[in-house]
Design a protein around this ligand. Structure first.
Ligand code: EPZ
Length: 422
């Protein structure tokens, strides 16, 4: 098991190339099951979760070649040739709950999908009831047994679906299912994340007829067949946001190459409120640290609100700000696991339910800390960049799920950081 070792105190100056978005790549890879031929994705991030999705697609009978540029050829024909062609097994799904994203495409393309129930994860119960409610509305037979969800339907039919919550992968699953359904599907209270828009853009390139992605109402006119495509994956707004915080807290100057400012409005306005200088340039987003950091109050919301995936990173900024910040986590029920670890580094954070009150202080001190989930581990690396002395972040496999070569990218702009055997 690896650890990340970082010496605090360096200003980060230079340029970081932002990788393709993990949360766009995962649904896009699953969508490659839909067309009748091989699709090719460029700018694929080299992440553990993406290779897990590649393994799952191979398990489902796809030919998967390449890494940065990945070609996925789904099994031919309209019907799965045997159970292995439609079942996502427990041993793969338990390592990545986003495996649920193959369910909609399997049912739409082959009439049958069977996915091990993803179960919860460190940050919450993460139910999939909205995914299943939508598929049932489209005429699918859904059964839950032996820890699997089994969904079958000869041909899905269009339906009107109102999501109880704007679920990102729920909308993505239902959009992919509806693309090949017979008739019109309308998804109301839809998630508006940029990754939902990216998926709709790619499905439309495949020949789907989707309108409204990025708004609360998405309309899908089903078609009989989709064509394979080639597509370069959009930059990762959460990776970019993570490095933006790094620039602010180290009083550095980073150009986040390829970052799309229009996907980052909420987090960039909070960075400005904290005193950082944010400018949009031709090649991306530039973030420069200002003087002392000002406290910021944050409430996580579905997009375009402040993203829950940036909450842990901003808590580090709040821990260094000159005053008190209040951070409310409204999306997941257990997303403050970074708090006790940050407290070991001297952060003053009081948690009550889903609210954290952070009293900023002048310094953090380096310590051995434990990563618990993907974005919590990122926050511990950020804290290590500014803490006095050495910080060791253990269990960095959490980090490798969602950040491509983070220590290399940070070292290239001046951080004293390395990976070592724990
Ligand atoms: C996606 O997860 C992202 N993952 C998450 O990123 C992100 O935190 C989350 O959206 C919110 O933005 C991917 O895109 C692969 P949701 P998802 O369904 O789709 C409830 C990261 O760090 N809900 O939008 O699983 C759910 O419990 C990861 O990159 C239901 O109640 O999140 C939660 O409270 C972490 N029933 C809320 O909706 C459902 O059927 C939002 O969840 C589905 C969701």
């Amino acid at each position: 098991m690896d650890k990340i070792v970082v010496e605090g105190g360096s200003r980060l100056v230079g340029e970081i190339k932002i990788s393709g978005a993990k949360n766009a790549a995962l649904p896009l890879l699953a969508a490659a099951l839909l067309p009748t031929g091989p699709s090719t994705y460029k700018n694929v991030p080299l992440l553990q979760d993406v290779s897990t999705m590649g393994k799952l697609l191979r398990q489902l009978g796809c030919e998967v070649d390449g890494r940065r540029t990945m070609t996925i050829a789904p099994p031919p024909g309209k019907h799965p040739r045997g159970k292995h062609h439609y079942e996502a097994p427990y041993q793969l799904v338990k390592t990545m709950r986003a495996s649920i994203l193959v369910l909609g495409p399997l049912v739409a393309r082959y009439g049958h999908g069977r996915v091990s129930l993803p179960g919860g994860c460190a940050i919450g119960a993460r139910p999939i009831d909205q995914h299943l409610k939508g598929l049932e509305a489209m005429g699918a037979k859904v059964t839950l047994e032996h820890g699997y969800v089994d969904v079958s339907c000869k041909r899905l039919r269009g339906a009107s679906i109102v999501c109880d919550v704007p679920t990102v992968t729920g909308c993505e699953n239902l959009m992919m299912a509806a693309a090949l359904a017979k008739g019109r599907t309308v998804i109301e209270n839809a998630a508006r994340e940029p990754e939902v828009e990216e998926l709709a853009l790619v499905l439309n390139k495949m020949g789907a007829r989707i309108q409204g992605a990025g708004t609360h109402v998405i309309t899908i006119e089903g078609v009989d067949e989709l064509q394979p495509i080639e597509h370069a994956i959009v930059a990762d707004r959460i990776e970019a946001g993570t490095f933006a915080v790094a620039a602010a807290i180290t009083r550095g100057d980073l150009l986040l190459r390829g970052a799309r400012a229009e996907h980052m409005d909420a987090m960039l306005s909070k960075l400005r409120a904290a005193g950082a200088h944010v400018t949009v340039e031709a090649g991306g987003v530039r973030v420069r640290g200002g003087g002392d950091l000002a406290p910021v109050d944050i409430t996580t919301q579905p997009h375009p609100g402040f993203p829950t995936d940036m909450q842990a990173q901003f808590m580090v900024l709040a821990a260094l700000a000159d005053g008190q910040s209040v951070i409310k986590e409204t999306i997941f029920e257990n997303r403050f696991m970074h708090v006790p670890e940050l407290a070991r580094m001297g952060a003053d954070i009081a948690v009550s339910g889903r609210v954290a009150v952070v009293r900023g202080g002048p310094k953090l001190s380096g310590a051995q800390v434990m990563a618990t989930d993907l974005r919590a581990s990122a926050s511990l690396v950020l804290a290590g960049l500014v803490a006095g002395g050495k910080t060791e972040v253990l269990r960095v496999y959490h980090l490798d799920r969602g950040y491509e070569a983070i220590e290399k990218k940070l070292r290239a702009v001046g951080a004293k950081i390395k990976r070592a055997k724990a």
